[in-house]
Design a protein around this ligand. Structure first.
Ligand code: F6P
Ligand code: MG
Length: 487
């Protein structure tokens, strides 16, 4: 039977109002519209449709190389099963299968993952779940391919590539080590003001080195030539000055004032939520070294991932590899003796910081979940409490920025504090800084004229949001010192 509804009001166009009210926000309904794999206009589409299958295909090839070098039958059979699981994942990705729960492989994050899937993504596929979640889920499933095995639980399919980013960065690595191997010293005879200004200038340059270190992440630049790497990593002063204009939201001066205040209070605790291994991590450490030497910080906590994540993110193994290969490795056969020595000294100093407890490496399970950082307060209260005791939390890179901002279509003029929600507004929220080269759709914090600027770039430079040419350095004051409350 069909009803003729001629006496009722006609159908209306109902537009949802953004940002959503806090009570109606959840992982499937971010404050502004989510990016999803089927949105052809967004980077989500290219990532879910092409980049992820390519990355997975390359990972399978790499495991096959390992397989061909193995001799023990049990280990071989075990690895063959890992490859089969990877192939299943590839099929699911390509057929846009529904997201199934994670198998209990003993990892500390299984319950968090399965709660998320059951509550918000039941019946959702790789393409219609929000992009951030679907992409993170793929990396969790990749981990599961190995974690349920007997012999390959700790296998890192991306490890070789991560090591390569460092050894292929010869010029930039030594450019920095030759400047920073010796503890830095300010010229004699400077007044207090001149000293502070000299330190400010160093701080600004090193912040940029740390920032632009993020433009060479592996998930995007797998086929880059040496020449392209060199130009992206150019750390000379002139290049930095030229690229400063590409920092579209720039709170660097406020950041300097923040750390300077920390020193006046006998040096603070600064946390780095790390992004990529290899060259980026090296830049992070150069920056952290300066923060310690200058007395701006007295303790640095580095937060890495518990297992391989988004291709190039730092794990404990990557951390140790970097420090140890700087001291003991033979990665740079073409380097001069002076260059090798500079790298060795730098590595020795950093290892010493670790021994003295000035540098601490941590790996909370929350960092490898599909939750955004809007949920950190509720889903990982221990971590929130821990971070609330920091004087400044620096989030590195694109993915961390996506998680801070809920990876949704907020207008570019949205203030950073608003875009990161509870990470700025919850009682006890720490000061948060995002150092991010722009490599995906979400862009906020561009100031009152940000919407026009973004529109102009959309017209004049399509692809500006994924090229890594532009960046943001954004700071939120948070509510430090207030008592953290959980409801
Ligand atoms: O695949 C998407 C993505 O998260 C992009 O946002 C970015 O290109 C890359 O992966 C990771 O970038 P980063 O290492 O800077 O977080
Ligand atoms: Mg990364």
């Amino acid at each position: 039977m069909s009803l003729k509804l001629s006496h009722l009001p006609s159908r209306q166009i109902i537009k949802p109002v953004y940002p959503r009210s806090p009570s109606s926000i959840d992982p499937n309904n971010p404050p502004w519209p989510a990016y999803r794999g089927y949105h052809e206009y967004s980077f989500a589409y290219a990532t879910m449709g092409q980049r992820l299958p390519t990355i997975l295909g390359k990972a399978i090839e790499d495991v096959v190389v390992t397989l061909n070098q193995e001799y023990d039958e049990e280990r071989i059979v075990d690895l063959v099963h890992c490859i089969e699981r990877m192939e299943d994942l590839m099929r699911e990705l390509q057929e846009q299968a529904k997201l199934r729960p994670i198998i209990d492989d003993g990892e500390a994050d299984v319950a968090l993952w399965n709660k998320l899937i059951a509550k918000y993504f039941h019946g959702k596929t790789f393409m219609n779940a929000p992009w951030l979640f679907a992409e993170a889920y793929k990396y969790r499933r990749l981990q599961e391919c190995f974690s349920v095995s007997k012999y390959w639980k700790n296998y890192d399919v991306f490890f070789r590539q991560k090591c390569d980013t460092f050894s292929r960065s010869h010029d930039a690595v030594f450019e920095l080590s030759m400047r920073f191997a010796e503890p830095f010293k300010l010229k004699d005879g400077l007044s207090l003001e001149e000293k502070t200004e000299a330190e400010r200038l160093m701080f600004i340059e090193l912040t940029q080195i740390c920032l632009w270190g993020n433009s060479t992440d592996l998930s995007l630049l797998i086929n880059m030539t040496e020449e392209q790497i060199r130009s992206l990593q150019s750390t000379g002063g002139e290049n930095l000055a030229a690229t400063e204009k590409n920092i579209l939201g720039n709170h660097m001066q406020r950041l300097w004032e923040t750390v300077l205040t920390l020193r006046q209070n006998t040096g603070g605790r600064i946390d780095f939520v790390l992004d990529n291994a290899g060259f980026e991590l090296y830049c992070d450490c150069v920056y952290a070294d300066f923060l310690i030497q200058s007395g701006l910080a007295k303790e640095i906590r580095f937060h890495g991932k518990r297992y391989p994540w988004f291709v190039s993110d730092v794990t404990k193994k990557d951390w140790e590899w970097l420090l140890n290969s700087m001291v003991y490795g033979h990665l740079f056969p073409k380097a001069s003796e002076e260059e090798k020595e500079s790298l060795r000294r730098l590595g020795q100093r950093w290892k010493q910081y670790e021994k003295e407890g000035k540098w601490i490496y941590e790996q909370h399970p929350f960092w490898c979940t599909g939750f955004t950082f809007w949920e950190l307060h509720n889903e990982a209260p221990d971590l929130f409490l821990h971070l609330s005791r920091s004087d400044l939390v620096i989030f590195k890179g694109d993915l961390n920025h996506r998680k801070l901002t809920y990876d949704c279509a907020a207008p570019p003029s949205t203030e950073f504090e608003i875009a990161i929600g509870p990470m700025a507004s919850a009682a006890g929220a720490p000061r948060v800084c995002s150092l991010r080269t722009i490599k995906s759709d979400v862009v906020v914090g561009l100031g009152p004229d940000g919407d026009e600027l973004a529109e102009k770039l959309d017209k004049e430079e399509p692809g500006w949001k994924i090229s890594g040419k532009y960046a943001v350095v954004l700071l939120s004051e948070g509510r430090p010192g207030e008592k953290v409350v959980f409801t």
